[in-house]
Design a binder for this molecule. Sequence first.
Ligand code: ADP
Length: 481
Amino acid sequence: NDGSSDSSSVSSKIPTIKFTKLFINGEFVDAISGRTFETIDPRTAEVITKIAEGDKEDVDLAVRAARHAFDNGPWPRMSGYARGRILSKFADLMEQHIEELAALDALDAGKLFEWGKAVDIRSAVKTVRYYAGAADKIHGQVLKMSREFHAYTLLEPAGVVGHIIPWNFPTTMFVMKVAPSLAAGCTVVVKPAEQTPLSALFYAHLAKQAGIPDGVLNVVTGFGATAGAAIASHMDVDMVSFTGSTEVGRKIMQAAALSNLKPVSLELGGKSPLLIFDDADGEICVASSRVFVQEGIYDEFVKKLAQKAEAWVVGDPFDPQSRVGPQVDKKQYDKILSYIEHGKREGATLLTGGKPLETEGYYIQPTIFTDVKEDMLIAKDEIFGPVMSLMKFKTIEEGIKCANNTQYGLAAGIITKNLDVANTVSRSIRAGVIWINCYFAFDDDCPYGGYKMSGFGRDLGLDAIHKYLLVKSVATPLYNS
Ligand code: ADP
């Protein structure tokens, strides 16, 4: 657990950075202001490279390109099949660069390199293929009017879509926003998180190679308060899809309301509960921030969990031994450590972890608190780090009440062999995603998104394509009476 690693095997995996500029209308260009910002390697806190800092004027250019591509270009007009063919090519190119893409996310976000190769990037390839296959299956309905009319619905692309995404899953976020919107026939302007711009620019390069026409996919790197806000308030952006904090989600909705009333879809914070019932057995892979354990197995569970967490190696994301990489940046690192201090002060028991590693970079031990009370800050706020709070419950009713005792409603997990309990609890928890006897079971066909202050609108699944489509109903009389 000392963060050390075989440095020669690590250095051979560090990728060369090829793209650092904004991608607008099919070209990599500097920001109009000429400004750049530094993206930081969370393993060392050193600068990786300088990235073009897009601002309002650059967003204007990107939106103009996307508008033109939507209003006059081939993309929304070509057949769904033709769009699907190009998206399939994009997926093939991603697949040929899995190693390089995983390395970019490891370097920029501290994501585990091996995990990225096996899971994140590989799943992203599948996601693009899923939507490539869906592109020619978008159709409306024939309607039955009460008069002698022929009526039907057309599903039309929503137009220019702005995507504002966070740093936690740079690749997954990029793909799960871009793929369904492109499949639907929209054109897009993406603003990646300022912490993790590298892979998004690489995806832009691959998209061009795949034959996605100029202006259809634009990437403006930069900060939230400038580039992000410019997208949210732009009069020529027809829709915004955002993933990030509840606080920023509120600003985006406000900016949309105050500008052109563009619809927004928001995937916001979560404080997802996991309920473990007495009859649970076997190995449980826990990745939830609020874990409620039924009293009969609580002590045993705590013991096993502590052993597991202590065996996890915290270290360089390029080292195959590592199970936990660094936190994305200094701000996040400081925030997590302050929550840990808060937990201790509020009287929770530190079961394991709780400290940063004494090395360079932003490494924090996996941290588990027991004796957590529901009104403690660590049980309420989204911490976004390797910090888990354990709590005890007695009855099913109490478990449900605890799980729902949050302003959020993103996901929840239930571990039990009792079918009745699983069914009852699934229906009683106010969250957009329920995992029974599993956790983090994402799939392209499973819509993902929140209830309550976790937002609204769904990513993934066919629901996500439909969010980028508008319904037009058309009616015509069958004969003149
Ligand atoms: P996190 O807490 O995960 O960093 P944020 O909500 O702060 O999430 O950021 C998610 C995305 O929203 C990032 O791309 C960020 O630059 C962007 N963003 C931040 N503030 C604003 C804003 N006022 N308007 C639009 N986008 C913003």
